[in-house]
Design a protein around this ligand. Structure first.
Ligand code: ATP
Ligand code: MG
Length: 398
């Protein structure tokens, strides 16, 4: 693991202009205690550092109480990384005018503003100052605005100039880019996501990632009974999610023998419940062995017959590890909207003949009886097949 190098601005008095990006944390971080806040900040810095190194972007990181400033030359590349980093409220291309006081800043703005604001454009100055600064915000705005010979428009300006007065200099920037918000990946432990390659599970993966989990995936495939298409889809999805999380472990579980056993012995209307029960059992065992603290699914209440409350109860019977369902209250339209936004939709809708298309007959029971299920289960030789499936599971790392 790389240790995040966090530099604090040194107190030399040389005036210098540093080019870089300024990053604001999601406000949620500030609700935490000092120790937790620092932990979150370190995670975020570590994630950024990791991604920049992967992209071969050279940089220096400077740490502030409420900001991170990264001195960097390759803006476009850096901005692309930050756009997909969880835990950021906004980020902006910025200058750090090191050791500039308000007078110096005033001179700088006076000289440069004609490059920033066209003759017929209006502007607004947005000032933030560290508590140590004696002059009030209003006074600072007055001083700086006096030299900008353009129309002021505070509500709908053509250009905004953001200024942050700090102890050892000033930040100057023009445009805040919205970040993804959420919590830094890795701040909430590791989880195992059941990824089917359909529309829902990638969205569930993204949403739980946004809450700071580091995700591994588990995919049940029916190869060689069907083609490897679903496996390819999962791999394509992994490549897409590498923009958010630097590494993804995927467990590919061969599921065809279990499916065949269920198909031969269980009436059609209960089969999906049996498939799901087996998937959860296998997932739980792998999660325990590999230290994942929860199982994540793309289930949404009432979406299909296996996702009624009654059947959810049957599916998770005996499972002790927490099962989190980020999409439980989302309807399909809402899920599709997110999947289009995060670009998983195009991959998800590619045809695949996975366990569901091949093994799921129409007319599934929406209200199964647990006693019937338990009785039917006695007919199956599941535990040895589950053991075998786990033994033959292939782990790949992306
Ligand atoms: P999508 O296909 O992503 O989720 P769905 O609407 O098709 O969801 P179901 O087929 O009922 O939903 O599956 C519910 C959830 O079970 C999925 O969201 C996923 O988390 C998990 N799941 C289903 N099939 C598989 C599979 N082959 N491998 C791993 N997980 C699966
Ligand atoms: Mg599906």
């Amino acid at each position: 693991m790389i240790n995040p190098i966090i530099l604090n601005m040194k107190n030399n008095k040389e005036k210098k202009i540093k080019k870089g990006v300024l990053i604001a944390f999601d406000g949620e971080i500030f609700l935490k205690s000092f120790g937790v806040k620092n932990f979150f900040k370190k995670k975020l810095v570590y994630n950024i550092l990791n991604s920049f190194q992967k992209q071969k972007i050279s940089f220096k990181i400077f740490n502030y109480y409420d900001r991170i400033f990264i001195e960097v030359d390759f803006f476009k590349k850096a901005m692309k990384v930050l756009k997909k980093t969880f835990g950021i409220a906004w980020y902006a291309e910025a200058l750090f005018l090191e050791n500039y006081n308000i007078k110096d800043l005033n001179e700088f703005i006076k000289e440069k503003y004609i490059n920033w604001i066209k003759k017929d454009e209006s502007f607004a100055l947005r000032v933030k100052k560290e508590t140590g600064e004696k002059q009030s915000k209003e006074e600072i705005i007055k001083i700086l605005a006096k030299n900008i010979k353009r129309k002021v428009n505070l509500s709908h300006p053509d250009k905004e100039i953001f200024v942050e007065i700090r102890k050892n200099g000033c930040f100057l920037y023009f445009k805040k880019n919205k970040g993804l918000r959420g919590l830094p990946i890795g701040s909430q432990g590791k989880v195992l996501v059941l990824m089917s390659g359909g529309i829902d599970s990638p969205v569930a993966n993204w949403l739980i990632n946004k809450r700071g989990t580091e995700n591994a995936w588990i995919h049940f495939h029916s190869f060689p009974l069907v083609s490897e298409k679903s496996i390819e889809k999962i791999k394509d999805l992994a490549r897409l999610f590498l923009d958010y999380q630097s590494k993804i472990k995927i467990y590919f579980v061969p599921f065809s023998e279990i499916q065949t056993e269920i198909k031969l012995n269980i009436p059609a209307k209960y089969r999906v419940l049996f498939y799901r029960r087996a998937m959860f059992k296998i997932s739980e065992q792998i999660a325990k062995k590999e230290n994942y603290q929860a199982i994540i699914t793309g289930e949404s209440l009432g979406q299909v017959s296996s996702q009624t409350l009654q059947n959810i109860n049957i599916i998770q019977e005996k499972i002790k590890i927490p099962i989190l369902r980020p999409l439980i209250s989302f309807n399909k339209e809402e899920i599709i909207k997110i999947s289009k936004k995060i670009k998983t939709y195009e991959i998800s809708i590619l045809p695949q003949e996975d366990c569901c298309t091949l093994f799921v007959p129409k007319g599934q029971s929406a209200k199964a009886d647990i006693n019937i299920i338990k009785n039917l289960e006695k007919k199956l030789n599941l535990s040895s097949l589950i053991k075998k499936a786990i033994k033959n599971t292939k782990l790949e790392e992306f």
